[in-house]
Ligand binder design. Sequence first.
Ligand code: LMR
Length: 336
Amino acid sequence: MRFPLLAAALMACAGLAASAGAFAQTQGAPIIIKFSHVVTPDTPKGQAALRFKALAEQMSNGRVKVEVYPNSQLYRDREELEALQLGAVQMLAPSLAKFSPLGVKEFEAFDLPYIFPSKQALYAVTEGRIGRGLLRKLEAKGITGLAYWDNGFKIMSANKPLLAPSDFRGLRMRIQSSRVLDEQMRVLGAQPLSLAFSETAPALREGVVQGTENTPSNMYTQRMHETQKHLTLSNHGYLGYAVIVNKKFWDGLPAGTRRILERAMAEATAYEKTIAQRTNDAALESIRRAGTTTIHTLSPQQQAEWRKAMAPVYARMEERIGKDVVGAIQREVARP
Ligand code: LMR
């Protein structure tokens, strides 16, 4: 679907959903939360969405029903944000790389190469003042941010070995819709192409792009390894999510229900953190066992070359992201 057809259809749904919600609340019918996402149910996000569903339904004694729609079943990346704002779905967990179409470019700080030296440093940002401040920026867009969910550090893949920065020259690489990721590929000499997640595995199969970056769990569950002959364990960037809800829907819930859902979200988030790394490690092992793909590790010297090659992204992008945000993250992650 395309605008304005999409908008018209969504607005019709939103109107229906809003009146259905009000009707449900007065009639004692369950409150429905449609939770749409683009990955498979066995990824970290997919599993956490199901855990949230189970917890929310159990803690609310069935007053809340969470319908999880995985795998871009309802909407692709860009469309799902529009659908959330219009109220056609109530909950999403888009990757932090996908918020700039909403006009909140600050989240692209999470895409800066090598910005997080460890998961601990990342959590210090997402669970602290900086993370909360970023979520608050969504309020003006009619969105409430509830939590950060984890996936992991990204690896690079292509149909040729990627060992030196010069190996990227001329390759068409799929990226998420982030200008920082676009710039990252350009400084490597590659041609970035922003594609929806659901379009990525087909584009790799058909040769529209020759490579990509993602976490092992996203690569394995989309069977990208079957067409990508080489993987490099570069861990050069981070992929995580913000769990978001339509603000009008959220504010309109009875206060008690909202508290229950906040507790369910806190538990699902804690669970998500325990499974993310494990799921990615298992996915990498499955790719290894599939035997389709050569897995490369970088020597310390090669790693230093990658860092050096990607360093110009900071100077080129900090104006766009906001120098204050980039600086605050850098100071936070440098703390002992
Ligand atoms: C991607 O588009 O590669 C990811 O954002 C997909 C996801 O939701 O993990």
